[in-house]
Design a binder for this molecule. Sequence first.
Ligand SMILES: [Zn+2]
Length: 197
Amino acid sequence: MQLKNKCLGIHELNNTVIDLINNSYDENILLTFDDGLYSQFKYKDRIKNKNRIYFICPNLINTKEINDEDVTCYVAMSKHFYDNSNEYYMKLEHVQTLINEGYTIGAHSFYHENIKYCSKIKVNNKLINNSRSYLSIKNENYIREDTELMLNWFDKYLNIRPLYYCFPFNNSTNKLKDTLKTYDFTEFFDDSNRIMI
Ligand SMILES: [Zn+2]
């Protein structure tokens, strides 16, 4: 896995996106995949470029049946937030397969929360009302709690410690990066260093 100044930020895969990646970009550009959408696993071998990071969010891991219909990231995330269903996301075994195949796994927060998309948030496994001051991922207490949950999950289920952090919704600040550096993250990804496709 080679880091580049510029890289691609990818959500759902489908024929159009696969053709774009295979034909329109340098074959060594870094590919970053967000959210662990199942289409990223289903079509992984149709992309020539192996220089990839998969940014995984534990709260989006699918523990039930896969729905392998091709949908947009927005549809998949709406299902998650409004119907409490992760049917369009990878299961743990898919992430393990990516690791076994030599791909890098990065961190993408635990809850993937954003005030734009949800009205309640889980804290200590309780749903509380969303309020901007508390809920925003920009809040230091929130990011610490979220990050510790996430790192424990990666350790427990995959026995890995991610070094790369991609901000949910590309919602980053320098203060947040400073906080995350205390957890040994070395590289950060948002829309300032990625071409989002
Ligand atoms: Zn995301």
